[in-house]
Design a protein around this ligand. Structure first.
Ligand SMILES: [Zn+2]
Length: 125
């Protein structure tokens, strides 16, 4: 599943909901008070319903995003004290991202993390 990042479009969803919940109903109210035509009331109600549906959609998106963030944080925490072999022969520290770790190093020279799997991955190459 694609990672949801509401920072890119959250403000657009909130703007759309605000237009449906505030701007359109206020305009409809003024038009209704001027003309006394029932359609403007119905249009205002439809706009309010649409605005609440947009807010509900945003709420569901935020719940999914928070769940995804929690899973990523758990994965990061579980692999924090490990190193990953890179194609250029070096290793990457999973705590700080240092990519200049050599095979025989037991710890990271940047952040000081002692790797728990340093002896597991050096016999294969
Ligand atoms: Zn490090």
């Amino acid at each position: 599943m694609k990672k949801i990042n509401s920072i890119n479009y959250g403000h657009k969803i909130i703007s759309s909901a605000s237009i449906c919940l505030i701007v359109v109903p206020v305009i409809c109210y003024f038009l209704w008070s001027l003309t006394k035509q029932e359609q403007f009331q119905l249009f205002a109600i439809a706009s309010l319903v649409l605005g609440f549906l947009i807010l509900l959609f945003l709420f569901v998106l935020l719940k999914i995003e928070l769940y995804q963030d929690k899973k990523i944080a758990e994965y990061f925490k579980a692999n924090e004290k490990t190193r990953v072999a890179l194609k250029n022969g070096f290793y990457e520290c999973q705590t700080c991202g240092n990519t200049r770790i050599q095979q025989e190093q037991k710890s990271c020279i940047i952040c000081g993390t002692k790797f728990k799997d340093w002896s597991d991955d050096d016999g294969s190459k």
